[in-house]
Design a protein around this ligand. Sequence first.
Ligand code: ADP
Length: 401
Amino acid sequence: MCNPLVFTLNCGSSSIKFAVINSVKNKIVLSGLVDFLGFSEISISWVIESEKYNKKFKKSISYLDIIRFIVCNILKQDLKMYDYISCIGHRVVHGGSNLKKSEIITEKIIRHIRNASFFAPLHNPINLLGIQAASVCFPHLKKKNIAVFDTAFHSTIPKTSYLYAIPYAFYKKYGIRRYGAHGISHSYVMHGASEFLKIPVPKLNIITCHLGNGASVAAIRNGICVDTSMGLTPLEGLVMGTRSGDIDPAIIFFMYNKLKMNMKDIENILIKKSGLLGLSELSSDLRDLEDKYSCNSKAKLSIDVFCHRLSKYISSYSSLMEGRLDALIFTGGIGENSCLIRTITVSYLSLLNCKINKESNMLIKFGKKGLISAKDSVSILVIPTNEELVIAKEAVSLISN
Ligand code: ADP
């Protein structure tokens, strides 16, 4: 039996989320965020029993030094919990075609994660930096690092959903198919919905919307994911903070052939300059756009396009529910907090019998969980996601086995 504390690391390109979880009590002991505020400044903030702490670094420091600070200053000195940590769970965005469930990290698993980097160039290499840093900072736990993949939850989607209609050889030879992402979050809210609705997971038919800076929808039938909006990479699907989501691929030919742009610039536009930012020409942060929704036409347009695309996905996924939709779920920073996005999106869904209750929709934000649907509607739920708890649970289950 292992000690109950798990350290979780979720390393991204603009932030690192970390936590210490008591896996027996399923309780977060410490949660923290490293925010890369610019090239020259980073901020580390953390919360222990509702007490908030913050430290700013003026110069840019390496991933290893950031993790070292967390381990040496917070876990060892302040909390003296370092010795009680029994394993480390890492969120890894892309498992590629070889990694379909959580794995204890070995050299072979690292090779597979590195190989899948081509499909998640912004994420997997950084996830590997976190794994490397953890092995330096926890030398005694080298064999107790676990990778939990964002693609794993979607490994059940059928061929009809994951194949692109391009020559089959691209799938066979190179693994070009849809893999999805945000699976850890979709899985967490699925279990939350099952508990809330008192419907066992194997009987649950729901559509889950994870709406953050990255955004995706999943169709879950009888507790199994049958379709999701992200594709080969996390670029496909919904309108996101800075990512375009679905576009006609011919736009890329136009940019390349007619505008003579190079591939790097095109990639940069679709990943970093599109989505809410590209449409609004103001901000990728929904809060900024919501503030200007009624006074700035581009802010309004970007939000309207976001909701239109989202409602199209939800409507099409309803056709996969075999006639019964138990609930529509919202999660992620936007899904949990934006009553405007929820209102506009659901306004398109009357054919699915989805109707909002205005009062409860207004009240549910800032980490609250609850029903926001009208009495005669399909259940619409807001469930705050908690990827860290899923990662910790997976880690303990693998280590215990
Ligand atoms: P990430 O994908 O980086 O984890 P988050 O899940 O934290 O992203 O979501 C970030 C998004 O959530 C941003 O667009 C932000 O504006 C939005 N958001 C956060 N809080 C609120 C709020 N109170 N109202 C509206 N939008 C919010």
